[in-house]
Write a protein that binds this ligand. Structure first.
Ligand SMILES: C[S@@+](CC[C@H](N)C(=O)[O-])C[C@H]1O[C@@H](n2cnc3c(N)ncnc32)[C@H](O)[C@@H]1O
Length: 266
């Protein structure tokens, strides 16, 4: 008798489990979506550039970043290949700009571009908000490193003849991005090479596909359209010289060369 009551109880419980399972699944998806939105608001869509600067200011983050672009292991192959494509793209851009005085690398991160910059035989200053990142950059003759905020640089106007900003603008919200752009244009005498996450043409579709697959835009929370880019450059007194994709349709990253309107040389 007792055994029969137990069996009936177990059957009811499992029946209830089957009935409730789809609701539990829907509830879990809703929770996932809420968690996702919360993370994007707090981490990926920061209100200012300060949160972005803090993102890399830890030993673990700096070590992880360095291993991403130096490693050639299979699971990190994409990062390594992209880093090499970025160096090639910056090299091509520098051939156009031809700096002769001093190069600003902001943000410098772990000094990914320093070997390339050294080949120009002119002084280089690498600026970053994270000391942890700068500490992991290699020691190279002619390269100084300095912890500073890209929106408030401790250099006089036109101290450099080019500013290079790789992998920063795609993470800065428009207001911070504009003030960084103005500051970089000020210290570089209006000669700028910068990367952006681009969402015009075919790269717009790529962006939404990748974001859909990852269920997040955290990988590039602040992309720009061609119109936005031109407006921002224009309001910083710059004009677009060229825009090139870093890795075709395999990445949304583009390298932009801009100069102060009215300069005769790029
Ligand atoms: C993705 S890393 C890119 C570093 C380097 N350009 C590269 O391509 O390897 C972004 C860097 O931006 C720095 N950063 C973020 N906000 C900054 C700010 N407001 N001023 C200066 N550096 C900043 C971070 O500390 C981090 O090192």
């Amino acid at each position: 008798m007792i055994e029969e009551i137990h069996r009936a109880g177990r059957w009811r419980l499992s029946f209830l489990g089957h009935v409730l399972r789809p609701f539990a699944w829907l509830y879990q998806r809703r929770l996932d979506r809420l968690r996702q939105r919360l993370v994007q608001r707090v981490v990926a869509d920061p209100g200012s550039g300060t949160e972005m600067a803090g993102r890399y200011d830890s030993r673990a983050a700096a070590t992880m970043y360095l291993s991403h672009h130096e490693s050639i292991s299979l699971n990190r192959l994409r990062h390594a290949l992209l880093a090499r494509a970025e160096v090639r793209a910056i090299s091509r851009a520098l051939e156009v700009v031809r700096p002769e005085k001093r190069i600003l690398d902001a943000p410098a991160g772990t000094g990914k571009l320093w070997k390339l910059f050294c080949s120009f035989g002119i002084p280089v200053v690498g600026v970053d908000a994270s000391q942890e990142m700068l500490d992991r950059a290699p020691n190279m003759p002619g390269v100084e490193r300095l912890r500073a905020d890209v929106t408030n640089l401790p250099f006089q106007t036109a101290y450099f003849d080019v500013a290079v900003s790789l992998r920063l603008f795609h993470r800065l919200p428009p207001r911070t991005r504009r003030s960084a752009l103005n500051e970089l244009a000020r210290v570089s005498n209006g000669r700028l090479i910068a990367s952006y996450a681009f969402v015009s043409g075919v790269l717009r579709t790529r962006y939404w596909l990748v974001s859909g697959l990852r269920r997040s835009t955290e990988w590039a929370p602040h992309p720009v359209t061609r119109e936005q880019l031109l407006l921002e450059l224009n309001s910083a007194g710059l004009e677009l010289i060229s825009l090139r994709r870093v890795a075709g349709v395999l990445s949304n990253e583009v390298i932009v060369i801009a100069r102060r309107g009215g300069l005769s040389q790029p």
